[in-house]
Write a protein that binds this ligand. Structure first.
Ligand code: ADP
Ligand code: MG
Length: 721
């Protein structure tokens, strides 16, 4: 008997039945009639279709209704493709631009006529067109000067059309230019799928028990897989897709739940039983402000975790400036109260330095020892830190990746805080685990806002704490979208702000692929700023990735201490720097940044008491998506709202980074659009585990085998993310 908790540890207990139908589904695609070696090669390269199963899961993205025929008089008002029966006349070749030929013809349905146009392949098409024969014309009508025409329409002789096996809805498959040329367009795929499906009859058994399917209104599996390709109505297509999305999301969430359960069961952690002197003294004597309700709630959640010897693996999510660091510091004090050490790891040297400065300042009146360890710490100091760590004299160690070096050994590390997790690789985080007999509690802080539904699904294996409230008194950052022509006015505005004693960031994009050009833009920008803001009245800093770390630090420090008024930089400042006096953020070529990056950058200002500004500079020509990004930034400052838009624009795969998206294994379901099915499948899973917590019932064994089948071969990232 397999218990649900044990699933992840048990290997290869697939039923014989499953192995049996694996053989057909796993047949190499080149053996499918109509494919052959050349097409197979293309399918593999272009679409990663290797086996029958991959073709089965190559789902149509849309369907068109080919059961309805239009008269030409009905075309007006149709925005999508239409289908008309009629005959061709008046074929003529015309000279197009340059040496190109253009082919034109008239198409008549007996009452009216429309023009057909081809800009490519004129000669070949002209030869193939037949006069005085009934055709089915299919395409998207265009209106030009009051007349309707079709460019590159699909034409099929009516007699052929009648013999076509596809009645009703025609599936549309994603394709590429290369595939098109080899006949792998909509019809080509439909044909292959038509050949494939009959061979799979009886081989796609249902794994959900009947009661379950009925309870959640799910179509039978085989039926769904067939109908998703060849539905007879849009309703049927929808029902098929719903079933398939449901199962994807169901197993996805099952995996998350299993990871979480295993984590809780397997892993013991240190018990921090008391809240003692340091936490209390800090709270009463040092804490310079009242904690927000959200901060208090999160601290309680953290405390609950660490209290009873369960291992904490918690994601602390909160918008830029929401006060995560303060929460982390207080969690570290809990560790120290119980005789443990704590560390805080930051992704950059500058950020580690800032954390160190802030925390050392806050703890200066308490007899607690804090040290900073980065790559640039001198050998002698380093030795001292190592010694203090091992003797237990050092309470808090703050630093960069340097914390992960083998030489860094703790007396008893109880809590590791990791700032801005997306900068860390999984392997690096794994190293932290190995620093102790028991793994230290882990608190990962991130300012990347992830919509809640998504976070619950994607980070289902981590516990999630959210600070959803900013400290009081923050003024909204006034955000504007501007163009090159506004630059003079912008410089005038900067002069005024600087005259008031404020500082300014000007950020340029840096994308690896266009690195050279980007550096040129940055340096050009820097020079023009230096001309507009000349010395000695003004001082301008520049920071970019090609500078030595010392030089970068030097410039950052000059800016942070107010010696320079303007900081021209690439996105190196993106993460975490805190210069409360900086009140203006100018983002150049803002259209090249993603939403979450823009939001992070904007978060660099608005940290002091003054009114702050963010100006998004773009070119005039913007893609629809870029325009939405700019409008969103101007409209709102709510990280979650921004994340929602981002998710809609980019999809969750991008958002999570490739490493994790690969794991989602979602073909049809879209976490951003199928929120309802996410909810619904989660409820289904919960109900299932309620009636049969370890999935022992005979009618639930199919679910287990399917789960294992989907899981096999996947990387386990749950433990260390
Ligand atoms: P995050 O790490 O979430 O970006 P920080 O912890 O750096 O945010 O906090 C941003 C600023 O807000 C800091 O200057 C911090 O001292 C201040 N701050 C944090 N919590 C509060 C609070 N409850 N009330 C007022 N100011 C706060
Ligand atoms: Mg921060």
């Amino acid at each position: 008997m397999i218990s649900f908790r044990g699933i992840l540890l048990v290997k290869g207990s697939n039923s014989d039945l499953y192995l049996l139908f694996m053989s057909v589904l796993s047949t190499s695609i080149e053996y499918l009639k109509g494919v052959g070696p050349a097409k197979a090669d293309l399918l593999r390269k272009e679409l990663a279709i290797y086996r029958y199963a991959d073709l089965l899961k190559f789902y149509p993205y849309r369907y068109v209704d080919r059961s309805r025929f239009y008269k030409i008089s009905e075309i007006a008002g149709q925005s999508a493709e239409v289908q008309v029966i009629g005959q061709i006349s008046n074929i003529s070749e015309e000279q197009g631009k340059g040496r190109t030929k253009r082919l034109k013809a008239l198409f008549t349905d007996g009452e009216n006529e429309v023009e057909l146009v081809w800009f490519k392949g004129a000669k070949w098409i002209a030869k193939s067109l037949k006069l005085q024969q009934d055709y089915v014309l299919y395409g998207k009508p265009n209106q030009f000067q009051g007349a309707w025409s079709f460019a590159h329409p699909e034409l099929e002789l009516l007699s052929d059309f009648k013999q076509s096996p596809i009645k009703g809805l025609q599936p549309l498959y994603p394709s590429t230019e290369k595939l098109n040329q080899k006949g792998l367009h909509n019809k080509g795929f439909a044909k292959l799928t038509r050949i494939l499906l009959p061979q799979l009859k009886g081989q796609l058994p249902e794994f959900f028990p009947d009661y379950f399917r009925q309870r959640f209104g799910l179509m039978l599996r085989e039926e769904a897989l067939f109908k998703v390709h060849f539905p007879s109505s849009l309703e049927e297509a929808e029902a098929a897709r719903r079933r398939l999305k449901f199962e994807e999301l169901f197993f996805f969430q099952m995996e998350m739940a299993a990871q979480k359960r295993r984590h809780q069961k397997d892993l013991q952690g240190f018990a921090f039983e008391q809240v003692g002197q340091w936490f209390n003294r800090f709270y009463e004597e040092v804490l310079p402000f009242e904690l927000t309700q959200a901060q208090k709630r999160v601290l309680k959640e953290i405390r609950q975790d660490m209290r009873y010897g369960k291992h904490m693996n918690r994601l602390l999510q909160g918008d830029v400036g929401s006060g995560k660091t303060m929460v982390a510091l207080m969690a570290m004090l809990m560790a120290i109260d119980n005789g443990f050490q704590a560390c805080l790891m930051a992704p950059t040297e500058i950020l580690a330095q800032q954390h160190y400065n802030g925390i050392a300042e806050l703890l200066k009146d308490l007899p607690l020892k804090v040290a900073l360890l980065t790559g640039s710490v001198k050998a002698a100091d380093r030795r001292e830190i190592h010694a203090d760590l091992e003797s237990g004299d050092l309470h808090i160690l703050i630093g960069t990746h340097a914390l992960l070096e083998d030489k860094v050994r703790y007396k008893n590390l109880g809590l590791a805080v990791v700032d801005e997790q997306h900068r860390f690789g999984v392997a690096q985080r794994a190293k932290l685990w190995k620093k102790n007999k028991l793994p230290p509690h882990i608190l990962v802080m991130t300012a990347t806002p992830i919509p809640r539904t998504l976070a619950m699904s994607v980070y289902g294996n981590l516990d999630l704490s959210v600070i959803d409230e900013l400290p009081p008194g923050r003024k909204p950052i006034s955000t504007r979208h501007a163009y090159d022509k506004d630059r003079n006015a912008l410089f005038g505005f900067l002069e005024k702000e600087i005259a008031k004693g404020r500082q300014v960031y000007i950020v340029y994009p840096l994308i690896e692929e266009s690195e050279k050009l980007d550096y040129k833009d940055l340096m050009d920008g820097y020079e023009s700023i230096c001309r507009a803001f000349p010395r000695p009245q003004y001082q301008v800093s520049v920071v970019h990735g090609k500078m030595k770390p010392e030089d970068k630090d030097f410039e950052m420090q000059r800016f942070a201490s107010g010696k320079t008024q303007i900081m021209v930089a690439t996105t190196v400042i993106e993460v975490g720097v805190n210069v409360p006096n900086a009140s203006v953020m100018i983002i150049e070529s803002a259209e090249r940044f993603g939403l979450s990056q823009l939001h992070q950058l904007r978060g660099r200002v608005g940290r002091g008491a003054e009114q702050s500004y963010c100006i998004l500079m773009t070119g005039h020509k913007l893609s629809r998506e870029a325009r939405i990004r700019m409008e969103t930034m101007v409209r709102t400052q709510d990280g979650f709202e921004i994340a929602d838009v981002d998710l809609k624009l980019r999809g969750p795969g991008d958002m999570m980074g490739t490493q994790q998206s690969g794991n989602l294994n979602l073909h049809l379901a879209d976490l951003s659009k199928d929120g309802q099915i996410v909810e619904w499948s989660r409820r289904a899973l919960e109900e299932l585990l309620e009636v049969d917590p370890s999935l022992q019932r005979a009618d639930h064994q199919g679910i287990i085998s399917e789960f294992q089948k989907r899981k096999s071969g996947k990387v386990d990232w749950g433990r260390i993310s």
